[in-house]
Design a protein around this ligand. Structure first.
Ligand code: 2NE
Length: 271
């Protein structure tokens, strides 16, 4: 596709494919292997919000510049209580970004070349699908540098690869090849590094061929299974969206505005 830049950012590149429903967010701090600082996360939140609000976008690709995906939180700006932003405030705002990716009602595909380590690894874990380049390296690093992610980083990982493997990944902080990641169900496919983006676009186009609401409901359904009441809220919100499209729901609103009793008689009670 022909990528068109949406907006200027400092730490990321945000583009959309010309005439197609694909957005691409690229973490762009190659000097630190795309480690994120609070500003990186804020820019990603802004781009994901745009992708959510643009009705033409159906799939988001998340990737990294310079041959790596992401090496996690930038340890050079880690301070007392979190990662310190330019205003001096320590924060862990990547957790908000993780939830944003989960609740975005459109599939997000991680395209991972090189390192996906620490909080960078968790970012691909929360994406709907992951396509790995054959040179990708996966792993957690928290216990080595004095950190951990006990949310999606532990729980969702365990649902994906099983508890034994997830505990191994966290307790030992080893790195795993793309092939090993494929074998443990951590990624969907492995392709030569120079075909990573093309493969991601191919998968995105296949998804875009399908019913948008069916895809949206499936994402919410998969999340409901793991996200408890927040997951049910997402699924139920989508049910409400669809209900609002019906004449039955519109009759309720109309009757209220016309100050009359709603007439539900024309709406069947399905078996
Ligand atoms: C990724 C890895 C294994 C790569 O090793 P190597 O030898 O290929 O590269 P090198 O020389 O370590 O890295 C290249 C440059 O990138 C910087 C390095 O410091 C180096 O720059 P200089 O020192 O030469 O100037 N760099 C790499 N990762 C960085 C990072 N995360 N922060 C700041 N600078 C980084 C190797 O680089 C590595 O082990 N990186 C650290 C991985 C890590 O510990 N990540 C944080 C885990 S904690 C986390 O992400 C987190 C969380 O647990 C909970 C909430 C939020 C975040």
């Amino acid at each position: 596709p022909r990528w068109i830049k949406v907006k200027d950012y400092e730490d990321i590149i945000y583009e959309k494919a010309d005439g197609e429903g694909i957005a691409k967010i690229t973490i762009n701090r190659p000097h630190v292997l795309n480690a994120f600082r609070p500003e990186t996360v804020m820019e990603m939140q802004d781009a994901f919000t745009d992708a959510r609000n643009d009705p033409r976008i159906g799939v988001v690709l998340l990737t990294g510049a310079g041959g790596n995906f992401c090496s996690g939180g930038d340890q050079k700006v880690r301070g007392h209580g979190g990662y310190v932003d330019e205003g001096g405030m320590a924060r862990l705002n990547v957790l908000d970004l993780q939830r944003q990716i989960r609740t975005l009602p459109k599939p997000v595909i991680a395209l991972v070349a090189g390192y996906a380590i620490g909080g960078g690894h968790v970012l691909h874990v929360v994406c709907d699908l992951t396509i790995a380049a054959d040179n990708a390296r996966f792993g957690q690093a928290g216990p080595r540098v004095g950190s951990f992610d006990g949310g999606y980083g532990a729980g969702l990982l365990a649902r994906i690869v099983g508890h034994k493997k997830a505990r191994e990944i966290w307790y030992l902080c080893r790195q795993y090849t793309a092939q090993e990641a494929l074998e443990m169900g951590l990624v969907n496919a492995v392709v030569p590094a120079d075909q990573l983006e093309a493969e991601g676009v191919k998968w995105a186009r296949e998804i875009l061929d399908k019913s948008p609401i069916a895809i949206r409901m499936l994402k919410a359904a998969f999340n409901a299974d793991t996200d408890g009441l927040a997951g049910l809220q997402q699924l139920a919100g989508d049910a409400t969206l669809i209900y609002y499209l019906t004449d039955e729901a519109k009759e309720g609103q109309r009757a209220f505005l016309e100050k009359r009793k709603p007439d539900w008689s024309k709406f069947p009670r399905f078996p």
